[in-house]
Design a protein around this ligand. Structure first.
Ligand code: HEM
Length: 252
């Protein structure tokens, strides 16, 4: 059996792809939290990401996609292998000991995947009604905001190398409009809570998979995993909740 297809190889693939994805969600959360600052911040951030040199944006996107696919493939094939290897009774006994987060990894992972597909249609492809590409962004109460705005820093319009005002995607108001829909906000909060649960267990078991967890560290890593998951949940959920409570408002 080749190393990649062996149980050990798959565990390494799960751990490494999981590590990349866990770091991505932390970075993405920190980037998104800029919505609490001056609208210039998040709009300029989105503009910089969209204009990364040397096709870097697409290289990062393809790399992340490969990590998502490898993570899912390893999870499903390992689950099937485990089912074949363990008699039913053993599995039931093991379940009594396991935490809710660890028993629901496949389920929470699948819901996070569904969320991700919706999320990409919502904010990246912008195919969800009210958020279509190059059209005004529409809130739940019908208010319209422009899809693009001029980047304003300290009250002054920013200009490109030809001296033309910099027209950028209106990311700030798109987020505000997106979360004015209660069902959409609720879906984001539920999905990020499941992400928190998934990571609480995943971060710790990542070390187990690569043989870096002994009994002393097991307890510590479980706590680190829980803290990591909760930090992400609070950071992500604070965005739809604050917008919903009117703490963050549209700018134009
Ligand atoms: C409150 C929660 C979240 C908010 C407000 C948010 C916001 C955004 C926005 C505005 C974009 C589009 C960026 C742009 O067009 O420049 C985006 C893209 C993306 N988000 Fe999120 N996000 C959230 C949660 C998540 C979570 C939990 C995940 C992963 C499970 C995730 C994964 C992604 C990915 C993969 C992209 C595509 C990046 C790209 O290729 O352009 N997001 N997000």
């Amino acid at each position: 059996m080749s190393l990649l297809a062996s149980s050990l190889g798959k565990k390494y693939i799960m751990a490494l792809s999981g590590l990349v994805l866990s770091l991505f969600v932390l970075g993405h959360m920190l980037g998104n939290l800029q919505v609490f600052g001056d609208p210039y911040l998040i709009n300029a951030y989105g503009y910089k990401l969209q204009h990364l040199p040397y096709g870097l944006l697409w290289i990062i996107r393809l790399f992340l996609l490969a990590c998502v696919l490898a993570h899912i493939w390893a999870a499903i094939t390992l689950k099937i292998q485990n089912k074949k290897a363990r008699p039913e009774e053993y599995e039931q006994k093991a379940t009594v000991q396991a935490s809710l987060a660890s028993r629901t990894m496949i389920m929470s992972g699948l819901i996070i995947l569904l969320f991700l597909i919706f999320h990409l249609l919502h904010y990246t492809v912008r195919a969800v009604p009210g958020h279509e590409y190059n059209q005004a962004i529409v809130t739940n109460d019908g208010t319209e905001y422009p899809a693009e705005v001029i980047l304003i820093k300290n009250g002054k319009p920013m200009v490109d190398s030809y001296g033309k005002p910099l027209q950028v995607h209106n990311l700030h108001d798109m987020m505000v409009a997106g979360f004015s829909y209660p069902l959409i906000s609720l879906f984001y909060v539920v999905a990020t809570y499941l992400l928190c649960m998934h990571l609480s267990h995943g971060v710790s078991s990542m070390f187990q998979s690569v043989g870096l967890r002994n009994e002393t560290w097991r307890y510590r890593l479980d706590i680190i995993g829980k803290i990591y998951g909760w930090v992400l949940f609070l950071g992500y959920a604070s965005i739809p909740i604050s917008i919903w409570l009117g703490v963050v408002k549209a700018t134009v």
